[in-house]
Design a protein around this ligand. Structure first.
Ligand SMILES: CC(C)(COP(=O)(O)OP(=O)(O)OC[C@H]1O[C@@H](n2cnc3c(N)ncnc32)[C@H](O)[C@@H]1OP(=O)(O)O)[C@@H](O)C(=O)NCCC(=O)NCCS
Length: 161
């Protein structure tokens, strides 16, 4: 039977593997590294996908930011598991939390604009995002003048008024 790549909420004992996945991508300059302590504190924001070998195939977080706004962040699919729909599934799992939280707008800062456009995100001017988002950016070596990520944004439909 084909493996169905189960998507589930992250547990505390996933954190060290999430940290390793994120660090590998951070070293390639694809996203911001996250400290272990940050991941333990924010573990409730994360969804993960189990790989058939028992490791983690993917992780992603929905981080509430302000009013009705949240960020999709710390998105990684393990290199040997890419292009099989896992990135889409783990982002959709994060988006499924938006209704409960009353999040109406989501954004991400990314180099993967085409990936996000397949999920209905559009590019926006970074200056149009609230200043609060820069609280994690200030830890980035590229902040503020060398930030070369693109801001992508999605207005959610069907959320409660
Ligand atoms: C970006 C990333 C999460 C995509 O994960 P993935 O599992 O390979 O993506 P999926 O298979 O779910 O792809 C979903 C759609 O996006 C498209 N897509 C995926 N990666 C793409 C890319 N690099 N360029 C263009 N399109 C891409 C797929 O073709 C697919 O389109 P379809 O639905 O029309 O078939 C993965 O490449 C990754 O982990 N990259 C390194 C870390 C990173 O850049 N994270 C993003 C930080 S915000």
């Amino acid at each position: 039977m084909a493996y169905d790549w189960p998507v589930r909420r992250a547990h505390l004992d996933d954190v060290k593997e999430m940290h390793a996945l994120l660090l590998d991508c951070a070293q390639k300059g694809l996203l911001l590294p996250r400290a272990l302590s940050y991941l333990f504190e924010h573990v409730r924001n994360f969804w993960v996908i189990d790989a058939p070998d028992g490791g983690l195939a993917a992780c992603c977080a929905l981080a509430p930011v302000w009013d009705d706004l949240a960020e999709i962040c710390s998105l990684v699919v393990r290199e040997d598991c890419r292009r099989q729909g896992l990135g889409r599934r783990v982002v959709e799992a994060c988006l499924s939390d938006c209704d409960v939280l009353r999040v109406k707008r989501v954004f991400s800062l990314t180099y993967q604009v085409e990936f996000f456009s397949t999920l209905g995100f559009s590019t926006i001017n970074k200056g149009d995002l609230p200043q609060k988002i820069w609280s994690s950016c200030v830890h980035c070596p590229k902040y503020p003048d060398r930030c070369d990520e693109t801001a992508v944004f999605k207005l959610l439909e069907g959320t409660r008024p």
